[in-house]
Design a protein around this ligand. Structure first.
Ligand code: FES
Ligand code: MG
Length: 585
């Protein structure tokens, strides 16, 4: 039961308003109040820390194992300064950190687990608002999903990107250039020494990948949703202005609690629609789709793959960043960053009047934004591509949809028919890729890499081409899978095929030599095999063994949803809000 029923006087503003959640922990003149306050005092908090001021959680994803987020320890200190300055009490806490680089089989296997970590930690503790410290790819969606299911006042502070990579006078983009170097190493065009030298030149500072990969995409997503202060996404990780923004975010976190602006007041259907448009304009990662659908699911906002295509497909590509273009996040910052893109979009931005965490609308936030480099941020009437969005394909090979990013594909392959060469799983792919019978028109199919089949839906959809084709100068071919691809990757790659092969999707039924037609302009993905023959093959199909009989992976495979609904766990969709749980004493 509540310790006291009296409304609280905010020590910062003197205003009287309903008690904060944290008051249920710290406000009691009884054993519970004693216990909650007393143990925290061992950190040196004076008595007035518990006078009813907003308690702001700082959700920390720094980890030595997540190099992209390691500097968030320092960023958290700046958030705390702001929280204190505004009269709040900051409480930094760790959640499981997802490092894209080291975690196997894929961080995506753990995104939903971390979302549960965030959700339960927020609800179980005396927190009135939260600052989400994000960076590496999955840290942003995992934290957003968890926070959405609690729906406290929420603000995002992302860690920012690494400085531009440089090697022998040329720019190196995180991830994007790795694929090229790896191909060059395989063919012998690059020596082992050179290969090692480029490693050091690629990652020159704290921060996440500096291409428009998933991490940058997610940072721009948070900003376009109105969940960050303006300009947050593009500032380099090491830029002192990022620390200032972290400080200001701490202040706003306290004010958001006082104003009772919850996450769901900011992340609405209209905000998500803005985000889809922005993601096209920046050339954002294909992973955007599953993360957006998952967050929408948590908030109970109906959103479909068809919405993604409809809203985003005709939006021009304005930002010339790798992998679709030439530049890197540092250049994007100096060119004006996301506010400049939002302003440049003008009437293409469907809902400029949405509220944001600044207390102003999105349009008000960017009213003074300017483009400082027209090479990096192009005008709407002279874009890099006229249509940059994710295209959603359908057909008998993907009844529930599949994705392709035309901006990262080879134009002549966007309408293509070819004979299939099928690999069943990653091991089969690696074992046979260099020996299969194929040519430049072959359509390479990889099954068994969907959300359930290869638990976590790894980023293998842009798998390397046979050495024979590379040697012959073929640098792209149509590839189709139920997996994902890295946001830093490129190619004519059809991804996220749903339903996946492991649950009996038609992808499981493709055989070598089948004719497959890809027609991106018509949004079609067709397997030219008769329904009778497909039925025969289906009768002979047996589902794969479950990937695990215990632990997290078992829970995951038993409950994970398909790509078209965000690869969330079925029981995690929706929200449980932030009721104060009963005490323990
Ligand atoms: Fe962390 Fe790319 S590996 S953002
Ligand atoms: Mg990635």
């Amino acid at each position: 039961p509540p310790a006291t029923a009296a409304p609280a006087t905010d020590p910062g503003t003197g205003a009287t308003r309903p008690r904060l959640r944290s008051h249920e922990w710290f406000g009691g003149d009884d054993v519970l109040g004693f216990v909650h306050r007393s143990w925290l005092r061992n950190q040196g908090h004076p008595d007035h820390s518990f006078d009813g001021r907003p308690v702001i959680g700082i959700c920390q994803t720094a980890s030595d194992l997540t190099p992209c987020n390691a500097h968030l320890r320092d960023i958290a200190e700046h958030v705390k300064r702001g929280v204190y300055e505004a009269g709040g009490l900051p409480m930094e806490f760790p959640v499981t950190s997802l490092g894209e680089i080291l975690m196997r089989p894929t961080t995506m296997l753990f995104r939903n687990l971390v979302s549960m970590d965030v959700e339960e930690t927020l609800r179980a503790n005396p927190l009135d608002g939260v600052v989400l410290l994000t960076g590496c790819d999955k840290t942003t969606p995992a934290l957003l999903m968890g926070a959405a299911s609690v729906d406290l006042p929420t603000i995002v502070v992302n860690g920012g990107a690494m400085l531009n990579g440089r090697y022998r006078g040329r720019q190196l983009g995180s991830g994007t250039d790795v694929w090229r170097f790896a191909d060059a190493r395989r063919t012998g065009a690059m020596s082992a020494e050179e290969f090692r030298a480029t490693e050091a030149c690629m990652s020159r500072s704290a921060g996440h990948c500096n291409t428009m990969g998933t991490a940058s995409t997610m940072a721009c997503w948070a900003e376009s949703l109105g969940l960050t202060l303006p300009g947050m996404a593009a500032l380099p990780a090491v830029d002192s202005r990022r620390r200032a923004l972290a400080h200001l975010s701490g202040i706003r976190a306290v004010e958001l609690v006082r104003e009772n602006v919850r996450l769901s007041d900011v992340v609405t259907r209209r905000a998500l629609e803005n985000a889809v448009v922005v993601n096209s304009a920046i050339g954002g990662s294909t992973n955007f789709a599953v993360h957006l659908l998952a967050v929408a699911g948590r908030l109970g906002i109906p959103f479909t793959l068809a919405d993604l295509d409809r809203l985003g497909c005709s939006i021009p590509l304005l930002v010339d960043l790798m992998p679709a273009g030439r530049f890197l996040m540092e250049d994007f910052c100096y060119a004006g960053g996301l506010p400049a893109v939002l302003r440049e979009l003008g009437p293409l931005l469907p809902h400029p009047d949405v509220p944001t965490v600044t207390g102003r609308t999105l349009a008000e936030n960017i009213a003074d934004a300017e483009v400082f480099d027209r090479e990096v941020i192009r005008p709407v009437d002279d874009p890099l591509r006229p249509d940059a969005g994710l295209a959603v394909l359908r057909g008998n090979l993907a009844p529930d949809g599949a994705l392709i990013k035309p901006a990262a594909a080879t134009p002549r392959l966007l309408r293509h028919g070819g004979r299939a060469v099928v690999f069943h799983g990653v091991a089969d792919l690696h074992a046979r890729i260099d020996t299969v019978d194929c040519d430049a028109d072959t359509v390479f199919v990889l099954t068994g890499v969907g959300p359930r089949g290869y638990p976590g839906m790894p980023e293998v959809g842009n798998f390397g081409l046979p050495k024979r084709l590379l040697d012959a100068g073929v640098d792209d071919a149509v590839r189709i899978s139920d997996g994902r691809m890295s946001g830093t990757a490129f190619g004519t790659v059809v991804l996220h095929v749903a339903p996946e092969s492991a649950v009996g999707g038609p992808l499981a039924l493709v055989r070598d030599g089948d004719w497959i037609e890809l027609d991106v302009p018509a949004r079609r993905l067709h397997l030219a095999v008769s329904p009778d023959e497909l039925a025969r093959r289906r009768a002979g199909w047996t589902p794969p063994e479950p990937a695990a009989d215990r632990g997290w992976v078992r829970l995951y495979v038993e409950h994970v949803t398909q790509a078209d609904t965000g690869v969330d766990l079925d029981f995690l969709r929706g929200s449980s809000g932030a009721p104060v749980p009963p005490g323990n004493h």
